[in-house]
Write a protein of this length. Sequence first.
Length: 134
Amino acid sequence: EGGGTTAGTETGAEGPVFVVAPFENQSGIDSLDSFGSVLADYLTGQIDRNGIAAVTPSSAVRSLAADRGPTVDPVAYYGAATGARYVITGSYFSQSGALVVQAEVTEAETGTRPAPTPATWGGRGCGPAARARR
């Protein structure tokens, strides 16, 4: 179970700073569908455990995910539903026998990305992607 903190944490935020949406499976491998939630739980837990910022609990995100339609923009949806300032979204896909994970941080209100390029993990020996290879 991924952790998460809510309003009134030591960060001084009135609500969560981050919400991590389940990552999208773009691998074409149906058996990896649940990996997107695993990634979201992992990132949520790391943000929480390391005291980076207040983050929406994974359990709340899973409940919201069940109600989000496939054509609804995840940034607008999760940002509005949780009040988070930033929404972390991402996807994962298979490339050269490895699972590659891509993540983006987007400001919920404006839809802009504060980072110039998305983070990508992949290839042999690189973080969560290396452990998730087929």
